[in-house]
Design a protein around this ligand. Structure first.
Ligand SMILES: Nc1ncnc2c1ncn2[C@@H]1O[C@H](COP(=O)(O)OP(=O)(O)OP(=O)(O)O)[C@@H](O)[C@H]1O
Length: 214
């Protein structure tokens, strides 16, 4: 039984400038609950920028993004979880304390910290300060945040970087669970991702973008 109501994220005529340069323009996509939009393209094409625009971290210069079926009292950004390159961990806090902090911050019904740590395979590290985690373990702790946030839109930037084969398989299963619950996934990647119900968005090389005067 899906946990989220029927959802659809639609973008039309989207453009974004960064540092005075047009990164992309006239971008359109549509992705429904249960689907994954996989965004590919060469370095600098604007994959991370697109995710950050959806997350409300960077403003679009043109166009609009709408979420049908979402919570009308919340912005799209408030209904999205951005899983970026930065780990956002407090090194002196334990693994469990870090996750507990974020669970409290998100403040909505979601997996317990224990269950989320088990799901990403680091339950045995719960009492360890985050400073001692390896790169892949830090990444897995960041993935656990997705499970305690209970947000319908997951924005995943190179989600499998630093993950070993077993962790990648666990991650794929976690994403499948989110899709089965009716969640939306938008993932930027250079690696093949074994997601189901995939839609593709290929961004053109940055060299194609026009320079904006002024
Ligand atoms: N804070 C910023 N200020 C100015 N320009 C930026 C900023 N961040 C990114 N850019 C520029 O925006 C363009 C798109 O960058 P973005 O990180 O979105 O690309 P990407 O497709 O995710 O690349 P990669 O595959 O290397 O991760 C690049 O030309 C980059 O230099």
């Amino acid at each position: 039984m899906p946990a989220f109501p029927p959802l659809r994220l639609d973008a039309r005529g989207l453009a974004c400038q960064r540092g005075g340069r047009l990164v992309f323009h006239d971008l359109a996509f549509s992705v429904s609950g249960g689907e994954a939009l996989v965004v590919t393209g060469p370095n600098g094409a604007g994959k991370s920028t697109l995710l950050r625009v959806i997350a409300g971290l960077v403003a679009a210069s043109e166009g609009r993004i709408a979420l049908e079926g979402g919570d009308a009292d919340l912005s799209i950004a408030q209904q999205a979880h951005y899983f970026g390159h930065a780990d956002a961990l407090k090194p002196a806090l334990t693994v469990e304390e870090n996750l507990g902090f974020w669970r409290g911050f998100f403040g909505r019904r979601a997996a317990s910290a224990d269950a989320a740590l088990e799901a990403v395979g680091i339950g045995h590290l719960a009492g360890l300060p985050a400073a001692y985690l390896s790169a892949g373990q830090r990444r897995r702790l960041s993935l656990a945040r997705l499970l305690v946030s209970n947000r319908p839109i997951w924005l995943l930037d190179e989600p499998t970087s630093a993950l070993d084969a077993a962790s990648e398989a666990r991650f794929t299963a976690i994403v499948a669970g989110h899709q089965q619950a009716g969640g939306i996934v938008v993932a930027a990647t250079h690696q093949p991702l074994l997601f189901s119900a995939v839609r593709s968005l290929v961004l053109a090389p940055a060299g194609m973008a026009e320079e904006i005067a002024g």
